[in-house]
Design a protein around this ligand. Structure first.
Ligand SMILES: *Cc1c(COP(=O)(O)O)cnc(C)c1O
Length: 386
């Protein structure tokens, strides 16, 4: 049975060309970039080259890039690092109700350290209103963190507009761009971003490597303590192979980014209209301020988990709206933030496409879907038709 992977927002397969580029840095060119002999210094140059590549991809300077172990670390470092460094000005930060857990849980932990956190709501489409952010700013606000695009419902946020407000108030702006870098145009100057989190495994790079962009002049404390790596901003021996993989993956992603986004948008829209045609299925999130690869729907009377397990039997990998429905009965915080009632949130599915998704894959899903929904509805404990 051919597997159809439709969960690219969770992780992407590492491009075989990326793996090839990484291999020499395990057993051959394994030197520690901090070592002063040539074995080390050669790898130091390899790191600098990767730094130039990823910086250029987002319109930044190489010395504004801090390599991290993942997107989650970049989010933690951005929030904690800037909030702590600017405590002299105030203890208030602002974020939104639809952020990734890496931001929301960090913000939550910060409240226990004495920080004040305002979580602004989003509208029914999942878009943040910049004027609501403006109203939340106080003289004690030091940081605003708003994700570029949401990983569950795919909504794209008005970052440049939020930046104008942040700049006007003298407040730093952080954005979690893990779902957009490599997929959509991202330029830190055009968008007015001060800090930005990126993760390699969301654009066909390896897992366990990412970076934090920090605009030059930003006051930020190191998050990891130890050696003087990354100009004293992030201790720990650099993951040379991973960083090479990340920069190679980003170069490959940028080469055909726009064509790929257009191709995926058309597959996405075919999938959405095919699913909605089944009946009793609604799209969650905004119809066009949306990632090219994201489909998120609620299916009346059918549990997301049953659909996920049934599709898995047909070799189709998708995810449900309750990220960890097997361990908790809580619906997704993102769907809840969009005012989607729990009974619809529990009946939701996320299908995310990628560069290896074909038209045949989409047609196969649309072929299987109606009969699966009909079968599950007929035995639904949620009461449909009875
Ligand atoms: C995947 C993801 C993260 C976490 O990145 P990791 O590298 O897996 O830690 C953070 N934010 C968003 C929006 C993501 O999609």
């Amino acid at each position: 049975m051919k597997r159809i992977y439709l969960d690219y927002a969770a992780t992407t397969p590492t491009d075989p060309a990326v793996v090839q580029a990484m291999l020499p840095y395990y057993s051959e060119a394994f030197g520690n970039p901090s070592s002063l002999y040539s074995y080390g210094q050669e790898n130091r140059e390899v790191l600098q080259k990767a730094r130039r590549t990823v910086a250029a991809a987002i319109g930044a300077d190489p010395d504004e890039i801090i390599f991290t172990s993942c997107g989650t670390e970049a989010d933690n470092a951005a929030l904690l690092g800037t909030a702590r460094a600017n405590i002299g000005k105030g203890n208030h930060i602002i974020t939104t109700s639809i952020e990734h857990h890496a931001v929301l849980e960090t913000a939550h932990a910060m409240t226990k350290e004495g920080f004040d956190v305002t979580i602004v709501p989003v509208d029914g489409d999942g878009i943040v209103d910049p004027t609501v952010i403006e109203k939340a700013i106080t003289p004690k606000t030091t940081l605003i963190s708003v994700m570029h695009a949401n990983n569950e419902v795919g909504t794209i946020q008005p970052i440049a507009e939020i930046s104008r407000i942040a700049r006007g108030a003298g407040v730093y702006l952080h954005t979690d761009a893990v779902q957009t870098v490599g997929h959509l145009p991202v330029d830190v100057d055009e968008m007015g971003i001060d800090l930005m989190s990126v993760s390699a495994h969301k654009f066909y790079g390896p897992k366990g490597v990412g970076f934090l962009y920090v605009r030059s002049g930003t006051r930020i404390n190191p998050f990891m303590h130890g050696g003087g790596q990354e100009n004293g901003r992030r201790a720990g021996t650099e993951n040379v192979a991973g960083i090479v993989g990340m920069s190679t993956a980003l170069e490959i992603a940028l080469a055909d980014r726009d064509e790929e986004a257009a191709r995926q948008t058309s597959l996405r829209d075919r999938l959405i209209s095919g699913l909605v045609d089944v009946g009793g299925i609604q799209l969650n999130g905004h119809s066009d301020k949306r990632l090219p690869n994201n489909v998120n729907v609620s299916v009346d009377y059918v549990e997301g988990e049953s659909m996920m397990l049934n599709l898995d039997l047909d070799g189709i990998c998708i995810s449900t709206g309750s990220a960890c429905s097997s361990v908790s009965a809580e619906p997704s915080h993102v769907l809840t933030a969009l005012n989607i009632p729990p009974e619809k949130a529990h009946c939701s599915l996320r299908l995310t496409l990628g560069k290896w998704t074909t038209e045949e894959d989409v047609e196969r899903v649309l072929e299987i879907f109606p009969s699966m929904v009909k079968r599950l509805r007929a035995m639904s404990p949620l009461g449909h038709g009875r």
